[in-house]
Design a protein around this ligand. Sequence first.
Ligand SMILES: C[S@@+](CC[C@H](N)C(=O)[O-])C[C@H]1O[C@@H](n2cnc3c(N)ncnc32)[C@H](O)[C@@H]1O
Length: 199
Amino acid sequence: MTQDASNSGYGASAEALIAQYESITFEQVHRPVLRYFPAAPGRALDIGAGTGRDAAALARQGYSVTAVEPTTELRAWGEAHHPASIRWIDDMLPALDNVHTLGERFDLVLLTAVWMHLDTEQQRAAMQTLAELVTPGGRISMTLRHGPVPEGRRMFDVSADDVTALARAAGMTEVHRAARQDMLLRSDVNWTFLVLERG
Ligand SMILES: C[S@@+](CC[C@H](N)C(=O)[O-])C[C@H]1O[C@@H](n2cnc3c(N)ncnc32)[C@H](O)[C@@H]1O
């Protein structure tokens, strides 16, 4: 198991979280940004993949998918319940050492509800990592969660402007930004969707 403070609380709540993550679909979550995803086939990297809901949808579309998930309980569930073609890796931001050893670059990188787990220093290092993993012209699609921190988890306030500034310094530009209400209808939670492109 890969563990640091950023994924604290996930293992202990895995059963409830699996049901929650699988109660919505890839299309419901990503519909507003699907037009920004490079067309399949291609290489996709889903970082903080959770149960693999999105990794599975991308695999069905014809992407070659690598799913990174540090929480053993979530990764094991995904490996057991989603297409065997998904390559699962136990690893975590900011370094993604195990992903780096693959020596591959990706056309599409997803970070769905992950960035807010990283502190400022980790965000800076993570953006460098991402820049090294995306193909020229490739895209990163991320969602930023805004709202109260669930008990037992570690989250920070995140701003789309800060993410875009880090991305610019790492050679990437913002191609789309949108505010979004919570899919699970929590009135105190809302989201920013951001799509970045590597030059
Ligand atoms: C809110 S869940 C989202 C899961 C999935 N992306 C989804 O949309 O259903 C956040 C995920 O990020 C993972 N995570 C936490 N810290 C991480 C890190 N430093 N690097 C990669 N993943 C991390 C957690 O284990 C958890 O699966």
